[in-house]
Design a protein around this ligand. Structure first.
Ligand code: F0G
Length: 457
């Protein structure tokens, strides 16, 4: 087991509520984990985004942050680091990934066009629609077999992409966006071979090819481990190869920027850059800060170096793989093979006594909180299903999953063992897990604000 290449200097207490206190907290939250207070949670696996720990070197750099309105020293440090990593001639800072998506799609996509992806993340999907375009996912067929051990289930379906580009709708494709790693479908990586082939198809048809590179370092690590020919490459060189293939990228730096906030756009085209910059200045901030403080930019400049260190990536990948093994050994299936930033529990299979309309993923998530103070996110019919006006499920999601997202450098082995032990106890008596029904739901973005109640007390 590779040792994490750091020790802990600053700690933060975590709360331990009793079972009755947790039951009361979840009841008051309308059985929606988004409504829980963070100080009611013992192990918070809701997201790996902006939830990581910064290093002493990042905090030391932050102390030197230059908060000048324009042309701050911190901007140049950030820009130079990102330029060296990605090679893009034009870089724009944004406060987080979705701001970059909004600006890029607004400048690049025309109403009626199609944006193709291996899988759009939910905000990406929403920002494509806000630009008047249609998001279309073309995941590879292996991705839809949760148990398949295929090493690159994040790949785009090249046959379907080629058919789309050369078929009657080909002229409407305005962008191909590859999400590395594929967060919407099990944290699975995209191979370099798949990126190269998708790039070649886009070049042949004159379609811009971009990366949603939120987890560029973790994708690079999995390429190094799984794709023949890359084993002696550094993660940094692999990431650079991926950036080289694309016309640009949007990155949420709240993940592999090892920062609590931040994002960026990387572009090659001068005209596209000018249009994005104008929008950035109007909506995010001047083009040398884009909604970030000088201190954030300094933390990012250091984080972008730390995240591609092989020892860091090896330890993080091993910690997730170990948790997956413990969970699988306890009889709970996860999407195979394990990725790095998250594990996806197959709640539908663990809880066959619950129908999709009783939300097995949500039910398992609530049980994890009630039994172990663990917070996680449902990725099943509550999030993705369609409902009628009386909140009854009409079309279920293809899978009933629960995502355990692992914040970077935050939890030790004991915390992850606690997650595995809590799940193992649930798996011994799964029938104990009650289903849920919806009490009220907002008109948009259901999963953030929905309120539910257990079917059995
Ligand atoms: N793209 C991907 C692949 C993401 O996972 C996210 C965010 C974004 C874009 C948007 O970035 O949050 O900085 O605006 N994912 C988080 C998650 C929220 O929990 O997976 P953002």
């Amino acid at each position: 087991m590779p040792l994490p290449p750091y020790r802990i200097k600053v700690v933060e207490p975590i709360p331990f509520l009793g079972p009755e206190e947790r039951a009361a907290a979840l009841h008051a939250a309308g059985y929606n984990p988004f409504n829980l207070r963070a100080d009611q949670i013992t192990v918070d696996l809701l997201s790996d985004s902006g939830t990581g720990a910064t290093s002493a070197a990042q905090e030391a750099a932050a102390a030197l942050g230059d908060e000048s309105y324009a042309g701050a020293r911190s901007w140049f440090r950030f820009r130079d680091e990102l330029a060296e990593l990605t090679g893009y001639p034009h870089l724009l800072p944004v406060h987080q990934g979705r701001a970059g998506e909004r600006i890029l799609f607004g400048a690049l996509l025309r109403p009626g066009q199609i944006c193709v992806s291996n899988t759009h993340f939910d905000t990406t999907h929403a920002n494509v629609e806000l630009a008047g375009a249609e998001p279309r996912d073309l995941p590879c067929p292996e991705a839809l077999d949760l148990d398949s051990p295929d090493p690159f289930k994040g790949n785009i379906d090249l046959t379907a992409l080629a058919e789309l580009l050369s078929g009657p709708e080909g002229g409407r494709v305005g962008l191909v966006l590859m999400t590395i790693t594929n967060n919407g479908l099990g944290a699975q990586p995209v191979s370099m071979a798949n990126l190269e082939a998708a790039h070649a198809l886009c070049r042949e048809h004159g379609v811009p090819f971009f990366l949603d590179a939120a987890r560029f370092a973790e994708n690079a690590w999995l390429v190094r481990e799984r794709e023949p020919g890359y084993h002696d490459w550094t993660p940094r060189a692999i990431a650079r190869q991926a950036f080289d293939l694309a016309d640009g990228c949007v990155i949420s730096l709240k993940k592999d920027g090892l920062s609590n906030i931040g994002g960026c756009l990387g572009l090659r085209d001068d005209d596209l850059y000018a249009r994005c910059e104008a929008n950035l200045i109007a909506t995010e901030g001047f083009s040398t800060y884009g909604g970030l403080s000088g201190r954030d930019l300094e933390r990012l400049a250091v984080g972008l170096r730390e995240v591609v260190e092989p020892a860091y990536l090896a330890a993080r990948a091993a910690a997730t793989a170990r948790l997956a093994q413990l969970i699988n050994d306890a009889g709970v299936d996860t999407v195979q093979p394990a990725g790095i930033h998250a594990l996806y529990l197959n709640a539908g299979r663990l809880l066959p006594h619950l129908t999709p309309a009783e939300f097995p993923g949500h039910s398992l998530g609530c049980r994890l909180f009630l039994d172990g103070g663990i917070r996680c996110a449902e990725l099943g019919s509550l999030y993705l299903g369609t409902m009628d006006e009386r909140h009854r499920l009409v079309t279920p999601a293809p899978f009933e999953l629960v995502r355990l997202a692992i914040p970077r450098r935050v939890y030790g082995q004991e915390h992850l063992d606690h997650v595995a032990e809590t799940l193992a106890a649930i798996a011994k008596d799964p029938e104990r897990v009650s289903g849920y029904r919806i009490v009220s739901t907002p008109p948009m973005l259901r999963h953030f604000k929905v309120r539910l109640e257990p079917i059995r007390p």
